[in-house]
Design a protein around this ligand. Sequence first.
Ligand code: CTP
Length: 448
Amino acid sequence: MKKVITYGTYDLLHEGHVNLLRRAKELGDYLIVGVTNDSFDRDRGKLNVRNNVLERVEAVKATGFVDQVIIEDYVGQKIDDILKYDVDVFAIGSDWEGKFDYLKEFCDVVYLPRTEGVSSTMLRAESETIVRLGIVGCGRIARRLVAESQKVDAVRIEALYDTAAEAAAELCPEGARVASSFEELVESVDAVYIATPHLMHYTQAKYALEHGCHVLCETPMVLSEAHAKELFALAEERGLVLVEANKTAYCPAFNHLITLIKSGLIGDVVGIDASESKLWGRDKLRRELDPKQAGGSIYEMGSYPLLPIVRLLGTEYENINLYSRLNDDGVDVYTRGIVRYKSAVASFQLGLGVKTEGNLVISGTKGYAYVPSPWWKTDYFELRYEDQNENKKYFYKWDEPGLRYELQEFVACIINHRLTSARLRPQESIAMARVMQQFTDRINFFEL
Ligand code: CTP
């Protein structure tokens, strides 16, 4: 029996796919099709795939040409599959001409003619609702988001606004325009990305929601629990999406870590230690250390270590003690927080004037997770056990600067009418704002 194998994503299955599968089947007696896993596609930069893997598998089976479907999970799997299934012919569309010649060592390689004029990318573009995005605050982080927006099909940057008009003009991509005011920006878009200094977030997010705009707001979204609750209630009442832009929360590797731990791989979580520090000096950290702009370690970076803490231990902590070293302006250049739960404890260290190891350790009753610095851009972690033979290392790709995932999630929420994201839930954002407020109010606060 002559066995043929082919691979693909097969999103929004179309005539090109059907022709390809028919031709592949004609090359032998038995056709195996490798359909890519959702996370494999995401890892190789295909963020916009519409159908999930189960839907794609069903569609491939329904063509009637396929004898066996397998899932493609990792780079290098093709050689393993060819050997495992004793394959005679590897077939793929001519758009890949030459790219798979390395498989000739294992079987015949055939490039089949591609059907002109149709592709999943084209079909997605035709049926896509495009979210028109406005950006307010055109600093460092907004620059990164503009670059990353090109990776997300369903979003188009429509307009930008900054109190410094030249900053907006400089960042303005082709096809977008500079708005004359924040109000005018809100009027002309479906959604707004707020990347202004922290203290402006609340007023701007509220205004945008009141005027029918979905909001993606940089972290920390707000510095008071009441403000956070009010904004989420307003978004819900108006049927609008409100998402806090904490890039780690949407990163695939970090989310895999969370799901592995929630599945019990290290037992019950009893302790979490997370740290982050930037010792860049006063010149480079001017805004970050400015007391008038809510500068300081906890406001600036606190939502990153609080993320694994609230995601894994929940938002119902018993109490938090905060220990800070303040500079002459009263800004915390170092803060350590101890978060006590009923049956667990977490601690975090943040430094804008103190250097510390920036890793994340999650301790459980069976083992622990170790995520090396910079863990907030997770691309690698280990699960470690008493018996070192059981240790496992997990590797991922981190695509700098990593904002595409939050933008993709935000846009997916809008298109699918999901008002909030499960990656960072409203109550988790609210809990983080509560910690910021505790710091502002100097409750359980100890100066070092
Ligand atoms: N294919 C084809 N003719 C087309 C489109 C795809 O023969 N018009 C073939 C590809 O060459 C590949 C297989 O179908 O062998 C699966 O490809 P896939 O990447 O799923 O399809 P595309 O429509 O090209 O997807 P995208 O636009 O997302 O790259």
